[in-house]
Design a protein around this ligand. Structure first.
Ligand code: SF4
Length: 61
């Protein structure tokens, strides 16, 4: 069974990297910053996006 991620986004600079990596997990809101689209995303996917985020804004709890 795959692990589910518990995560949050803080201090996003709107680069869209996470949206490009996982469009089913992240989306940009009207302010142009990322928000969580799927709160039950797989940990591996969220971790990949977190590793690539230039502002280290994807916090895995
Ligand atoms: S990768 Fe990080 S900075 Fe870029 S949109 Fe996603 S959360 Fe924001």
């Amino acid at each position: 069974m795959r692990s589910k991620a518990k995560y949050s986004i803080e201090g996003c600079i709107g680069c869209q990297v996470c949206v490009n990596i996982a469009p089913s997990v992240f989306k940009l809101n009207h302010q142009g910053t990322a928000e969580i689209k799927n709160p039950n995303a797989d940990l591996a996917v969220v971790k990949e996006a977190s590793d690539q985020c230039p502002s280290e804004s994807i916090i895995i709890n």
